[in-house]
Ligand binder design. Structure first.
Ligand SMILES: [Zn+2]
Length: 207
């Protein structure tokens, strides 16, 4: 019989990545943080949009171009509506768009501080297997072993030992998966049957 506690963890990073940009205010490369504000400019039938960043040292503004000289018809309707309503979710998606940021800056600073929202998807009495499904929709740079250690209250060396012995499985698995950054739709299955503190790990997994 399979006795399992199944949970879903949704990772919500607290701080957006910060591109390092040459600051015309205080000089030299400095990390710029998003203000969360969009500037939209209409030029005849053409639109320009920027996401406004501020130098984290001197507050100098840097306007990150999202698009230029776009026709209203050429824009995805969802993007147009998001721009007009200052849709926070859409803006957040732009803030975490690492590919777009890399086209503007050589160095992007990322942060691992996140709120992890936990839900129980299913539980059988006397469970001994813990299954965690990860939802990571925004770029998140923490290593998998660090996330599991901090959220389950288990040491990284113990998690590594469980992984090596096959009692912790990662789907899909990749070389050195425990040390790589957390990926969306990863499932982690841990057999806690022989672990004396399975109960506290189970509690941490759902709270
Ligand atoms: Zn500056």
């Amino acid at each position: 019989m399979c006795t399992i506690l199944k949970v879903r963890w949704t990772i919500n990073p607290r701080i957006a990545p910060e591109p390092w940009i040459a600051c015309s205010g205080c000089g030299g490369l400095k990390p710029f943080r998003s203000s969360g504000k969009i500037r939209l400019n209409a030029n005849g039938k053409k639109l320009d949009a920027w996401l406004v960043y501020k130098c984290s040292v001197c507050d100098k503004t840097w306007n990150r171009t999202l698009f230029e000289r776009q026709t209203v018809r050429g824009l995805a309707p969802a993007a147009l509506e998001a721009l007009q309503t200052n849709d926070i979710r859409w803006i957040r998606a732009q803030e975490f768009d690492l590919d777009a940021l890399r086209r503007k800056a050589q160095h992007i600073e990322e942060f691992t501080d996140a709120h992890v929202q936990k839900e129980v998807l299913g539980e059988t009495d006397g469970w001994t297997m813990l299954e965690i499904e990860l939802v990571v929709t925004l770029a998140y740079s923490a290593r998998l072993d660090r996330l599991l250690a901090s959220e389950l209250g288990l040491s990284r060396s113990r998690l590594q030992a469980l992984y090596r012995s096959g009692k912790l499985q990662i789907h899909p698995d990749r070389a050195d998966a425990m040390r790589r950054r957390v990926k969306d739709s990863t499932r982690i299955v841990i057999d806690l049957a022989d672990q004396a503190d399975w109960h506290s790990a189970g509690l941490a997994a759902r709270l």
